[in-house]
Design a protein around this ligand. Structure first.
Ligand SMILES: Nc1nc2c(c(=O)[nH]1)N[C@H]1C(S)=C(S)[C@@H](COP(=O)(O)O)O[C@H]1N2
Ligand SMILES: [Mo]
Length: 403
């Protein structure tokens, strides 16, 4: 469990006068001015045990976002990877005692970590883990929830066993429609229901869906789901169950709060191509794949650049169609020019882009970036308003100060 003591242990060296003042040692976190007033003032940069300082939005449960400058690396380092939990009782898992139970199949399975690693062919995939509510804080009007800026996401190389291989060993019954996940975390009070999620059986059997035990070549950090988590490339991170201990094959739709009430978007509002048919209602649907998106990472708004030229860089990503192009505008969106794309690390990964701009005149220069994916979807100019503030993919802009 995350306690003040473990937190302080992790911030030792940062925090001299205790928890509340540790932020002072790090200065003001780079919070976007678009988030609700109050968030920017109360957010602090703070290191959880095993982590670099991240932007703390809440401590119980721990919700910490990654500063945008970290995304200058296409792979997000484990110690800077964002942290999002719904409930505050997060046990320290002893890997030697941990087991993964697989139920609902012909043969009930109980796998140890060694079995997970050795009995199934390991696969590796680079994929973006992005919270459905990333950028919620920019929603206008504001909506309740963790008021994330741009950093409730990260891109890592995940290694693990294919979920379909595990399910094959368990024996998928006729009539299976969903596969459900539960983690070791538990609600502290009975107020919040235990965090349990399901995905369509077809998505569970997808080659890319894995039970990951490594992240960027290392064991998963405690706060990112040690010793194993579900990775559903392309889909928002709500399905990426951390500290997974139970997997169940279901022949009926999962009915808990986190499926029926939370993580839903109004029907037909977003251009998703992946559906979750067993959970759809006439009015709404569970969130599925990530919307195409991009970010300028090389410069923050207010950055000074010299007259002449400037190299602007960033990242682009989507829900798995793959990034087709990134265009940049320096005239408020009237004209757009193609940026150069960096190395392709697979269709679920961040893709770097680079663009050279002429900085002829002194003064403010607004740079906008817009990504388009392989099926022609592109970013929006104005957020598509929805009650939970999901799928924010408004074109990002930064204002440079040419001197
Ligand atoms: N066990 C467990 N897994 C979980 C959650 C949780 O609260 N408990 N939150 C989910 C949500 S909503 C997100 S955005 C991601 C966050 O992953 P990260 O903390 O590794 O960045 O974990 C997902 N998996
Ligand atoms: Mo999330």
């Amino acid at each position: 469990m995350l306690t003040r003591r473990t937190l302080l242990a992790g911030t030792a060296g940062l925090a001299t006068a205790g928890f509340a003042s540790s932020a002072g040692a790090q200065g003001k976190p780079p919070v976007d001015p678009g988030v609700p007033s109050g968030v920017g003032e109360s957010a602090t940069l703070e290191a959880l045990p095993g982590k670099k300082p991240l932007i703390k939005l809440s401590y119980r449960p721990p919700n910490y976002e990654t500063p945008v400058s970290v995304f200058r690396d296409v792979i997000t380092p484990n110690d800077s990877f964002f942290v999002r939990w719904h409930i505050a009782d997060i046990p320290q898992v002893d890997a030697s005692k941990w087991t993964l139970k697989v139920g609902g199949g012909a043969t009930p399975l109980t796998l140890t970590l060694d079995q997970l690693k050795n009995d199934f062919t390991p696969v590796e995939i680079v994929a973006v883990c992005q919270c459905s509510g990333n950028r919620r804080g920019l929603s206008n009007p504001h909506v309740p929830g963790v008021e994330w800026g741009y950093g409730a996401m990260g891109n890592a190389k995940w290694k693990g066993a294919r979920l379909k291989d595990i399910l094959a060993k368990a024996g998928v019954p006729q009539g299976a429609i969903e596969v459900r996940f539960n983690g070791a975390d538990k609600p502290v009070l009975d107020k919040t229901p235990d965090f349990v999620k399901s995905i369509p059986v077809g998505k569970a059997l997808d080659d890319n869906t894995i039970v990951a035990y490594e992240m960027n070549g290392a064991p998963l950090p405690h706060f990112n789901g040690f010793p194993a988590r579900i990775v559903v490339p392309g889909w928002t991170a709500t399905y990426w169950m951390k500290q997974v201990v139970d997997i169940d094959i279901l022949t009926k739709p999962e009915e808990n709060f986190w499926m029926k009430a939370a993580y839903r978007v109004p029907a037909k509002m977003f251009p998703t191509t992946e559906r979750f048919l067993t959970q759809e209602t006439p009015v709404n649907t569970p969130i599925t794949e990530i919307m195409v998106n991009s970010l300028v990472t090389s410069h923050a708004s207010g950055a000074r650049v010299a007259r002449g030229k400037a190299i602007v860089k960033g990242i682009a990503w989507d829900g798995g169609s793959g990034v087709q192009s990134v265009e940049v505008s320096v005239d408020g969106g009237k004209s757009w020019t193609q940026a150069a794309l960096g190395a392709d690390q697979g269709r679920f990964s961040f893709r770097e882009w680079t663009f050279e701009i002429a900085t002829r005149k002194a003064g403010k220069l607004t740079v906008m970036a817009r990504a388009t994916n392989a099926i022609g979807q592109t970013q929006v100019s104005k957020a598509i308003y929805n009650p939970a503030g999901y799928h924010h993919n408004v074109i990002h802009s930064v204002v440079l100060d040419v001197a």
